[in-house]
Design a protein around this ligand. Sequence first.
Ligand code: APR
Ligand code: PHB
Length: 390
Amino acid sequence: MKTQVCIIGAGPAGLLLGHLLRAEGVDCVVLERRSPDYVLSRIRAGVLENITVSLMERLGLDQRLKAEGLPHDGFNLADGERLIRIDIADLTGGQQVVVYGQTELTRDLMDAREERGLEVIYETEDTALFDVESDAPYVTYTKDGTQHRVDCRFIVGCDGFHGPSRKAIPASVGKEYMREYPFGWLGILADVPPCNHELIYANHERGFALASMRSETRSRYYVDVPLTDKVDDWSDERLWDELAIRLGPEAAANITRGSALEKSIAPLRSFVFAPMRHGSLLLCGDSAHIVPPTGAKGLNLAASDVHYAAEALTGFFNKSDNDAITAYSDTALARVWKSERFSWSLTKLMHRFPEDGLFERAMQQAELDYIASSRAAQTSIAENYVGLPV
Ligand code: APR
Ligand code: PHB
């Protein structure tokens, strides 16, 4: 097969990019290792920044997001009994975030692929990249036992942290920045009303907790747990008991318990790979960077990468402009680093680290006191949470 852009991975990054390129008349094909059902079975976060909402609007794929998404004007930091509300709308001139599950967004992008002429080939195996340093790279894969080859002008790796694309960039060129955290997030999804109409991130002496939601009847909660813990160590009852303690008395009084639809533990890491372009290979999303979920930046960073990549590729094919391609890595990384910093700093502020002593804890306390009393501090958090300009 011959196309202009071969996209590897049909998660939110690959699908968003595919739709944006098709909308500009650029030919592309998306190769996905898993089945459509498997891709939709992944439970991920769901707080959308402006950039993600505006890309869906631009594609005209925002109907369900607008109908079912929950616009939020603020969120909360719980510090023991104290609730510090960050009034996003007031502090950012009326901006909001939208609570809408990443799974739902991925479903909207998948459902529109046929009508928009976006070819996605599912259940591909042994995907491999070749000649990425040339102007004529190609990808091979196997499907139903038959070997296939895709010749293209650019390959875009949207294949997540474990995908092959990043590994196609020689170690002599690539640099990895990594921070792993000494805890994971145990999440529960349940068909119960949320305990608060806004998100609550809690720093309690027993550990971190987050109260989030998918709708007014479906809630998502998290506590941090040691990396040695297993899901089976946590009965629903034990988890609800722990949430009630860590989220504080006010939230606890409003918690409705229910049985888990899904329960899983995700490790926390900060990871950046640079450069995000090597020859005719561009990286977008988790293939190039991972953020800890504190601050819900993962999906939104994938969206901003895709925004820059679509501009660069469309400029190359429709205006013979090579500049944006050349600048892609620096442009995308500039925003990636700021989101990495915010996610890392919110993780440090709201979690108890086993290695922390009295001084570190006193610093957390002082920072929360400062945030509670300073409009400037709250504004900084609000503008990062709602999403920095692209
Ligand atoms: N061939 C084809 N597809 C592959 C391969 C491969 N060898 N390896 C991985 N993939 C697919 C995965 O099956 C997955 O569907 O690439 C896709 C990557 O999707 P995501 O992991 O969702 O990454 P991305 O699209 O960058 O979205 C980032 O996802 O993990 C969350 O928190 C993260 O919210 C962020 C968002
Ligand atoms: C979620 O709703 O799953 C969620 C929300 C905010 C986060 C992380 C996860 O920071």
